[in-house]
Write a protein that binds this ligand. Structure first.
Ligand SMILES: *Cc1c(COP(=O)(O)O)cnc(C)c1O
Length: 365
């Protein structure tokens, strides 16, 4: 059947998602399984979002509001912008696709980094667009190296900030220099899926670039800090004219009613977000300390996950931990053979993660 398929599709390495809890229980006959593999919020959806979604259930016979009127209005207030500065997406994943389809001509290219969110490359390939990747430098995006990859045909740049899977970030100073050096004809996308976990002073205020009319697009999501990964809701923030073109490209009913209502309520639940941030910071400190006791190398993260050098084959560590009902992420897809990535969980989950990791590392490599 291969001959039926576009060659660019044949070349795609499929995205491998974090292993689901139910599947793990079924396959290994386990009762208690915890998932620390997809950077989700371990504290559940916000209670406010749950009750808003429940109320909305009786309306799922109707199509959702194709304009997302109330959610955009609420987002505009949240960021002190206009509703016209927002386009909603079925997760920010969909908006990566929308951005590429909206801006990149067939003979143009995209620049990003190696060892970053894999969807940039996969979606570029699906759309038959060329993507060029600069290596990381000390596990960080190397903006100078990316600048060197820019040519006359470059239209789009993806910067995951903080980066997944490293948990590192580029500073506002680095971004300022980068934007100044870049030709006006290029659109820069900041993927800020983890912005709410960042607790450093030199993290860029990307909205301020927008106000200065820079050609930037900011992607945000309800999947991580807001705890709504299963609903699929993300959004892009940009100049209203750029947004209007993206609106032409997205599917008309890409964001369902439950997601719109849930997102609206989650934005209002400041307590939940505050608790999430505090618990993630505490959990991260706990795991750092325990990893140090185990003598393992790891990267300091501004996000809700940690990249860990296990000193042996990371895929084997992943498999061994799975048998004890702890799902982490091996980093083979990212070319980091010895590493695993773990999402900060509840304190109980973090303790179990450390217990099982210690046990697994004691076994023969
Ligand atoms: C999780 C993640 C996303 C996307 O999530 P959606 O669930 O599609 O909104 C986007 N970018 C990065 C870097 C991520 O890690």
């Amino acid at each position: 059947m291969k001959e039926l398929v576009r060659s660019s599709v044949l070349n795609i390495k499929p995205y491998v998602a974090g292993k689901p809890i139910e599947e793990t229980k079924r396959q290994l006959g386990l009762k208690e399984v915890i998932k620390l593999a997809s950077n989700e919020n371990p504290f559940g959806p916000s209670p406010k979002a749950i009750s808003a979604i429940k109320k909305c259930l009786l309306r799922v016979n109707r199509y959702p509001d194709a304009q997302g009127f109330y959610l955009k209005k609420r987002l505009a207030k949240y960021f002190s912008l206009e509703p016209e500065n927002f386009v909603l997406g079925n997760g920010s994943d969909e908006l990566i696709d929308v951005v590429i389809k909206t801006f990149v001509e067939p003979d143009e290219n995209i620049v990003t980094s190696e060892t970053t969110f894999l969807e940039y490359e996969i979606i570029a390939q699906v759309n038959d667009r060329k993507i060029k990747k600069a290596p990381l430098r000390y596990f960080k995006y190397d903006l100078d190296a990316m600048l060197k990859l820019v040519d006359k045909k470059t239209k789009l740049i993806f910067i995951a900030n903080p980066n997944n899977p490293t948990g590192t970030y580029v500073t506002k100073y680095e971004i300022a220099d980068f934007l100044n050096a870049l030709p006006e004809s290029i659109v820069v996308v900041f993927d800020e899926a983890y912005d709410n976990f960042v607790d450093v002073d030199d993290y860029p205020d990307s909205i301020s670039y927008l106000r200065r009319k820079k050609k930037v697009i900011i992607l945000k999501t309800f999947s991580k800090s807001f705890g709504l990964a299963g609903l699929r809701l993300g959004y892009a923030i940009a100049d209203s004219e750029l947004i209007s073109y993206m609106e032409r490209v997205r599917q008309p009913f890409n964001v369902n009613n439950l997601a719109q209502e849930g997102g609206l309520a989650a934005l209002d639940d400041k307590e939940f977000l505050k608790k999430t941030r505090r618990m993630v910071l505490e959990g991260k400190d706990f795991i750092y300390k325990e990893l140090s006791k185990l003598g393992l190398g790891f990267l300091s993260s501004v996000s809700n996950f940690i990249l860990i050098d296990t000193g042996r084959d990371g895929l084997e560590v992943f498999k061994a931990m799975l048998k004890f009902g702890v799902i982490v992420r091996d980093m083979k897809q990212y070319g980091l053979k010895d590493f695993i990535r773990v999402t900060i969980g509840t304190q109980k989950e973090n303790e179990r993660f450390i217990r099982v990791l210690r046990k697994v590392l004691k076994e023969k490599p």
